[in-house]
Design a protein around this ligand. Structure first.
Ligand code: IMP
Ligand code: MG
Length: 373
């Protein structure tokens, strides 16, 4: 496929980094279009763990893949430089394969300070995302290009590391000849417009963010939504299938559900099909990739929310929604045939309930653990 998107379907942390890294070798560009260093994309390369906040989840062993940071993002340039320098300890030409759109906005130290002082009830990552987008909307934001015109130290350091600064418009003909993978950040339920407001981030997590970033004429052949076979959330706000107490603690430990960016324990719960259906419709998702099948192995039957006590028409409907569960047969192991067939039955159930195909599953943290189904 020529152009695809990989989006987080619910509250992020579904494994976009892992999936994007796996798929990236078939693409020429991996493009981030929304959010900033609030994202935490975890990738295992040769057994070593990497967390990217701003760098696209590229397989850096493949020299042909380049990364683009689009104008819809808010960029902490110091953090970006740190990530480039860290990645260059293990891979060559990381900086020189990275292009930043000068129309992107910048996260300044005062944005991070404001986040810390203000965020209280939302549970922000304190990376300055909300305040930077707020300044953009107030028409007093600072763009990368403003710093480029002022002999800025961070821009110079990035240029010395090989990073280039070009807009989506300047690269239009190159993008038209290339295979593009758009890597989302956060998830549809954290999208500023379509998430569960006010418990949202401030970037675009849906396909709309791709168009908004200068790619309005790009045709997407597929929009993947990544979902876990259970659900997690960091930060405050409604979470209808949330577990509490010992049951929550056990699942959190099994799944190692601690925030990649902040280290906070993630809230955990069961797979939520009404939320997933809502997110696919709102986000433009037309195919699913379901991850973390290894985590639920040996747990017996698995509760899945098949409906709520109400129809979801507005994001407000998530507040106080009561899920109705069914138990779906679980799997004992991870790689044996019988367990694989149970996993297929589980995804058949999802497909039938929400009418979206599941095209890949992941049964572990390595590239080899991802299968087309
Ligand atoms: P902010 O984007 O840091 O302001 O955070 C707003 C809300 O989105 C908080 O509930 C965060 O925990 C959540 N959030 C932001 N980025 C991510 C992410 O990449 N994964 C999961 N949750 C996120
Ligand atoms: Mg994450």
């Amino acid at each position: 496929m020529r152009n695809i998107a990989v989006l987080g379907s619910l509250w992020g942390d579904e494994g976009k980094g892992h999936i994007t890294h796996f798929l990236s070798s078939q693409y020429d560009w991996v493009i981030r279009f929304g959010g900033g260093a609030n994202a935490g994309h975890t990738i295992y390369r040769n057994g070593k763990k990497y967390v990217h906040n701003l760098l696209p989840s590229i397989d850096f062993t493949q020299e042909h893949i380049k990364g683009f940071l689009g104008s819809g993002m808010v960029l902490d340039l110091e953090q970006l430089l740190k990530e480039v320098v860290t990645a260059e300890q293990d891979f060559s030409n990381v900086g020189s394969r990275l292009v930043v759109d000068p129309d992107a906005f910048v996260v300044l130290p005062e944005h991070k300070a404001t986040d810390k002082a203000n965020n209280g009830h939302i549970g922000s990552t304190n990376r300055g995302i909300g305040p930077a987008y707020a300044d953009k909307v107030m028409r007093k934001g600072v763009r990368v290009i403003d710093l480029m015109q002022n002999n800025n130290e961070q821009i110079n350091a990035l240029m010395n590391a090989g990073v280039q600064f070009k807009s989506a418009l300047e690269l239009k003909s190159e993008f038209a000849r290339s295979r593009l993978l758009f890597e989302g950040a956060q998830g549809i339920l954290l999208d500023l417009n379509h998430g569960i407001y006010p418990y949202v981030s401030c970037g675009d997590a849906t396909v709309a963010g791709i168009a908004a970033c200068g790619f309005a004429s790009v045709k997407l052949d597929k929009v993947y939504g990544v979902a876990k076979c259970y659900t997690t959330k960091v930060g405050e706000g409604p979470f209808p299938t949330e577990l509490h107490g010992d049951e929550a603690e056990a699942l959190r430990k099994r799944g190692n559900e601690y925030g990649a960016t902040t280290g906070r324990p993630r809230r955990v719960g069961w797979l939520d099909l009404p939320a997933l259906k809502y997110a696919c419709a709102k986000g433009g998702i037309n195919s699913l990739i379901v991850t973390k099948f290894d985590i639920l192995a040996g747990m017996g039957d698995i509760p899945v929310a098949r409906a709520y006590d109400r129809e979801l028409k507005y994001s407000k409907d998530f507040f106080d929604a009561k899920p109705q569960y069914v138990n779906v047969s679980g799997w004992e192991g991870i790689k044996d045939d019988e367990s694989f067939h149970k996993m297929i039955d589980f995804i058949d159930y999802i497909e039938n309930q929400i009418n979206i195909p599941v095209e890949m599953i992941s049964r572990g943290i390595h590239k080899e653990d991802i299968l087309e189904v």
